[in-house]
Design a binder for this molecule. Structure first.
Ligand code: GLN
Length: 209
């Protein structure tokens, strides 16, 4: 009689946490699930242990930073990032991942992990939000990006790959998506669109990490 198959591999979906202190958490969870991942909200350090990767959502980076301190998540998150955990940060989440920020509030710190300088609210007060088609490295067609009081990346370290820049207008050429190893960040909000390509890109990265 044939032995029970020992080589039937179960393909497990990566388990991705979404920092759920503030911001558009549900939208990210929906996009991650649509992209084939298991997605869970993370509010406490114990919930970090079970995840393969983290998403830091859009919202307000000053509030997110304060709450991460209150919920004892700053150091555990910094440790996981330093250990190479994949992460995706969108808008405020991009700010949280930046090693350095311009135009932060007094005392505002970040988690770090991404060797960039990010400027908060970079696109100017009069333009609180806008949409723009951008070329994203590896995508066949432009991505319709939604910017809401968005930051941009002002300087990049040598290991940082630029994934997208603003295509047209006064801010043409500004860097709005980057990757350094397993860490990806966008100035815009892919979670608030119907286009899941950025989340798929990240889930594939987590799968192969
Ligand atoms: N301006 C916000 C901040 O500084 C980010 C805005 C957003 O995430 N939509 O955190």
């Amino acid at each position: 009689m044939a032995a029970a198959s020992s080589d039937s591999r179960s393909v497990t979906a990566p388990r991705i946490g979404v920092l759920a202190l503030q911001g558009d958490v549900r939208e990210h969870i929906r996009m991650l699930v649509a992209s084939g991942a298991t997605a869970v909200p993370v509010r406490r350090p114990s919930e970090l242990h079970g995840v393969d990767a983290m998403v830091l959502p859009g919202g307000e980076s000053t509030t997110m930073y304060k709450l991460a301190g209150i919920f004892d998540l700053l150091e555990p998150l910094r440790t996981r990032l330093a250990d190479g955990m994949p992460a995706l940060g969108t808008c405020a989440g991009m700010i949280m991942l930046a090693d350095r920020i311009e135009a932060g509030i007094a005392g505002q710190q970040t988690l770090g992990g991404l060797d960039v300088v990010v400027r908060r609210n970079a696109f100017g007060r009069q333009v609180d939000s806008f949409e723009s088609d951008i070329e994203f490295v590896g995508f066949d067609t432009p991505f319709r990006a939604l910017f809401i009081r968005a930051p941009w990346v002002e300087k990049t370290g040598v290991d940082v790959e630029v994934l997208a820049t603003v295509a047209a207008g006064p801010d043409a050429g500004r860097i709005v998506a980057v990757r350094q190893g397993n860490v990806v960040a966008t100035s815009f909000h892919p979670e608030i669109t119907d286009d899941d390509r950025v989340h798929r890109y990240f889930v594939e990265l987590v799968d192969s990490a």
